[in-house]
Design a protein around this ligand. Structure first.
Ligand code: CTP
Length: 394
């Protein structure tokens, strides 16, 4: 998949730079033409000699060679590359890229790129979590750069947590998939609860946090897809780079879905099954007698998508169950004409609404099923997107 591509490997000054040597060797082994550009500080962690030997090309880190006076043309380097892969990407280099600071050859080359840039952050736990760094990462994504997410584990400081550069095999996976399978694919995801108004101050809602749908949007984005996230009311920030459509009610969500077509639909929203038949414009005043509110069914958005599904489209539903889980999930898969359904049972501790974890079983229309362990919603989202990829695209 990567064979024959010209990859500019950018290395900034982090202890994770030692992994860049392995990354460089792997890329070359796969038939990639690699040129390396380093920040001046990166050579404190790994020598240009190692990288030039592995890449079979000169390594660039200064604007000119002081011995020969040769100018290293950053524009030429940028035009040569099919894409720029910055691994490791330090907090400092990310901040400069996000804010237009251009004080070394690597940055000048990045700012001259017309093709894609991937970046794999590497830093310590607290630096990684710092709002300044998080906002710079989001800013870089909003420019169209593709994040290769950091992983959790032991860090050079001895702390354990998020911030470790992605493993070489995951970096290679990220750049391979993005370049082929998901390119040009439009993904529509529904997320969160819906609020059905009773009067101007009250509504009927549910406990959905939207976390599962937002995690799916981030993972689909990382694969290189174009993502439309249609979200009910949540406290979450949408991943930069997705097209966010905010809605309140089931009727608004339905309208937004009808306005957008996609190749892949993932309906993760907890859409109200009933709405208020006659919402009123004035606040309902307290009375001493009982109050009856008439409810009427909403349109089933997933079922409507399934009913109009075209051959090239793939439709994924969710089933939240408390009893007869498998039977109910398979019933929904069939009734709503889905290709895949993700079951979460509220009987499993740590699964379902609100929390940060989930435990799912995925069924497809050929009666295949896979059950996954209890994991963070981000890891579950990765499992779901990887399963979709295998069943739909591979
Ligand atoms: N769904 C939808 N529109 C609705 C109701 C549900 O798109 N009006 C979708 C959900 O996003 C989910 C799937 O249908 O992908 C199943 O939702 P769930 O609440 O589990 O099932 P229901 O069909 O509503 O059935 P029930 O509530 O009886 O279990």
């Amino acid at each position: 998949m990567l064979k024959g591509k010209n990859v500019l490997l950018g290395i900034s000054g982090s202890i994770a730079a030692y992994k860049a040597a392995i990354l460089c060797r792997e890329l070359v082994k796969q038939g990639v033409h690699v040129k390396v550009v380093m920040t001046p500080d990166a050579s404190n962690f790994i020598t240009p000699l190692t990288l030039s030997t592995l890449s079979k090309n000169p390594v660039y880190s200064q604007y000119s060679d002081s011995q020969t006076g040769t100018w290293n043309n950053h524009v030429e380097l940028a035009k040569w590359a099919d894409f720029f892969l910055l691994a490791p990407a330090t907090q400092n280099t990310i901040a400069k890229m996000a804010n237009g600071i251009c004080d070394n050859l690597l940055l000048a080359t990045y700012f001259s790129m017309e093709n894609k840039t991937y970046f794999a952050p590497a830093m310590d736990l607290d630096m990684f979590k710092h709002p300044a760094n998080q906002s710079n990462i989001k800013r870089l994504q909003s420019f169209g750069n593709i994040l290769i997410p950091s992983e959790s584990g032991e860090l050079a400081s001895g702390l354990v947590g998020e911030g470790r550069m992605a493993e070489v095999e995951n970096i290679i996976k990220a750049i391979s998939y993005t370049n082929t399978l998901w390119k040009g694919k439009k993904v529509l995801i529904t997320a969160g609860p819906t609020y059905e108004a009773i009067d101007p101050v009250r509504f009927i809602g549910n406990h959905s946090s939207g976390k599962m749908g937002y995690a799916l949007a981030e993972k689909a984005l990382t694969k290189g897809a174009e993502v439309i996230l249609i979200s009910g009311p949540t406290q979450l920030t949408a991943p930069s780079g997705v097209k966010l459509v905010q809605v309140k009610s089931a009727a608004e969500m339905l309208h937004a879905v009808r306005e957008n077509t996609a190749d892949l639909y993932i309906c993760a929203a907890a859409v109200a099954d009933y709405t208020v038949a006659n919402p009123v414009n004035e606040k309902i005043k307290k009375k001493t007698y009982s109050l009856t509110i008439e409810l009427q069914p909403t349109v089933d958005i997933l079922a409507e998508i399934g009913a109009h599904k075209k051959a090239h489209q793939f439709v994924v539903g969710f089933a939240l169950e408390t009893q007869n889980e498998e039977e109910n999930a398979l019933g929904k898969l069939k009734r709503k004409n889905c290709d895949m359904i993700v079951l979460n049972s509220l009987r499993n501790e740590g699964a379902g609404f609100g929390g940060d974890t989930n435990q799912v079983t995925i069924y497809d229309k050929d009666n295949m099923s896979s059950t996954f362990q209890l994991k963070s919603k981000f890891e579950v989202a990765q499992d779901i997107i990887d399963t979709i990829e295998r069943k739909w695209l591979a």
